[in-house]
Design a protein around this ligand. Structure first.
Ligand code: THU
Length: 132
């Protein structure tokens, strides 16, 4: 599965978003080291702070299926605003920390930047992140 395929999966996943409060749909598609694909979308809540981002719904599914050894190879995050338009949007801080938990030095994260899609390593996204 190449980057374009992963993007298509993220675009498909965002259609399932439950986002009545922000009207902002996010989809995440992840490819694991085992070669499996998982997708997720944001799931909001009337108690706003309980909202779960797309990246984290995808990663929790991957761990639930593959177990604690799951490692991320590629992550693609796609979005649509209330007008159905993709805007520049990088993973939030909480999701960067969550991605880092299951990343390797080779893990790459793709998302919509200001002039086209951006690809970053996890250490670029979360330099000096928290760890024990
Ligand atoms: N959101 C994500 O799903 N991923 C991110 O990395 C940033 C934000 C969602 C959460 C909320 O449902 C909506 O986008 C607006 O913040």
């Amino acid at each position: 599965m190449d980057k374009a395929d992963l993007k298509a999966e993220a675009d498909k996943a965002l259609e399932k978003a439950y986002s009545p409060y922000s009207n902002f749909k996010v989809g995440a598609a992840i490819l694991t080291e085992s070669g499996n694909l998982y997708t997720g979308c944001n799931v909001e809540n009337v108690s706003y702070g309980l909202t779960i981002c797309a990246e984290r719904t995808a990663i929790t599914q991957a761990v639930a299926k593959e177990g604690p050894g799951m490692k991320l190879r590629e992550v693609f995050v796609a979005n649509r605003n209330e007008n159905g338009v993709s805007i520049p949007c990088s993973p939030c801080g909480a999701c960067r920390q969550f991605i880092a938990e299951f990343a390797t030095q080779e893990t790459r994260v793709h998302y919509a930047g200001k002039s086209g899609d951006v690809t970053k390593s996890v250490s670029d996204l979360l330099p000096d992140g928290f760890t024990f």
